[in-house]
Design a protein around this ligand. Structure first.
Ligand code: GDP
Ligand code: MG
Length: 388
């Protein structure tokens, strides 16, 4: 039998963001190396992070690598993404549920367009805490690096991140990977800053249980398993649950995380749930497993929506009533009819109110974030303001 998962440390989800080539992947590899040498993680080399297989999630193909490690006080799941488009997609669809982010800025190059865009994106999707890694400090000139630091603090302040108090740590992912003591220490200092500056987010463990289904698998002889991140509440073996979308009620007969059985899973955990007597083809990504009677699916809602500008990869032409894109709500991917009210138009770069009629019922609630996609790209990001 597999050893049970023992929750010894709080779990947080973090990730690297920043302009291409500023060293996000190198730094991610360096973090795992430094921690593996302390005995609290497994070294994940650069190539394994950067060539992570494409994962098909939320009906769209996205690229992201997950690495797992522990500091003295916390357990982290860390995401790194290869390209700018991957950041936009993962962040707006909520696939990267970041409790905090490490903004990687090259001390040699300073702020670049994607640096600023990722800060904006982080603000929009509710990432409240950013720690800065001023990377390539081994190659940067000291005075220039001071200037870059000032610039980064200003950028963060402009987006409401309190640039004066944000930790800015000068690091070298490359030299830490090479095992140079000074730079190994710099990565340790960065991790300490993350540990202390990014607070433990509020987890709604007392709320009714809810898990958006990411994937469905069959375990021979045991039954159907659904996987995903617990959005809120707690679940344990023996609990009754509704499977919304499959319109069925069942009992959870197993709970696992990272391949290890656990007594109970809670908000923020990545888990697999074994469901009693549910046929494999009855459940799909996009369905929601929830405490019985705790959510009501609906198809009509009002929302505030930001229409991405062309520069952000969005549309070049306005949106009007009658527009019919795909809506990504939690893990669901549903077509919807947009109504802007009469002849109103929403131009790329605008934030507007719209009413949406989805092609089918999904669990909705005020405050739920979603992405709008068309022809394989993200064209909008919004929040439900009213259901019905
Ligand atoms: P990403 O696109 O942000 O993930 O950047 P990569 O990690 O792929 O790094 C881009 C380039 O910068 C590679 O050639 C790295 O070797 C180099 N690089 C990364 N970190 C450092 C560093 O700390 N110092 C120096 N001198 N070069 C670095
Ligand atoms: Mg990379």
């Amino acid at each position: 039998p597999k050893t049970a998962y023992v929750r010894t440390k709080p779990h947080l989800n973090i990730g690297t963001m920043g302009h291409v080539d500023h060293g996000k992947t190198t730094l991610t590899a360096a973090i795992t190396k430094v921690l593996s040498e302390r005995g609290s993680g497994t070294f994940v080399p650069f190539d394994r992070i950067d060539r992570a297989p494409e994962e098909a999630q939320r009906g769209i193909t996205i690229n992201l690598a997950h690495v797992e490690y522990e500091t003295e006080t916390r357990h982290y799941a860390h995401v790194d993404m290869p390209g700018h488009a991957d950041y936009v997609k993962n962040m707006v669809t909520g696939a990267a549920q970041l409790d905090g982010a490490i903004l990687v800025v090259s001390a040699v190059d300073g702020i670049m367009p994607q640096t600023a865009e990722h800060v904006l994106l982080a603000r929009q999707v509710g990432v409240d805490h950013i720690v800065v890694a001023l990377n390539k400090a081994d190659a940067g000139d000291e005075e220039l690096t001071d200037l870059v630091e000032l610039e980064v603090r200003e950028l963060l302040s402009a987006h409401g991140y309190g640039g004066d108090s944000v930790p800015v740590v000068r690091v070298s992912g490359l030299k830490a990977l090479a095992g140079e003591a000074r730079w190994t220490a710099s990565v340790e200092a960065l991790l300490d800053a993350v540990d202390t500056y990014v607070p433990m987010p509020e987890r709604y463990v007392d709320a009714p249980f809810l898990l958006p289904v990411e994937n469905v698998l069959t375990i021979t002889g045991r039954g159907t398993v659904v996987t995903g991140a617990v959005e809120r509440g707690t679940v344990r073996v023996g609990d009754r649950v509704d499977v919304l979308g499959a319109d069925t009620e069942t009992v959870v007969t197993g709970v696992e995380t990272f391949g290890r059985p656990m007594e109970s899973a809670q908000a923020g955990d990545n888990v697999a749930l074994l469901l009693r007597g549910v046929p494999r083809d009855a459940v799909r990504r996009g369905h929601v497993v929830a405490a019985p009677g705790s959510v009501t699916p609906a198809r009509r809602f009002t929302a505030r929506v930001y229409v991405l500008s062309a520069r952000e990869g969005g549309r070049t032409t306005p949106v009007t009533t009658g527009y019919r894109p795909q809506f990504y709500l939690r893990t669901a991917d549903v077509v919807g009819d947009v109504d802007l009210g009469g002849t109103a138009v929403a131009r790329p770069g605008d934030t507007v109110t719209m009413t949406v009629e989805l092609g089918r019922d999904v669990p909705l609630e005020a405050g739920l974030g979603f992405a709008i996609r068309e022809g394989g790209r993200t064209v909008g990001a919004g929040t439900v303001t009213e259901v019905g």
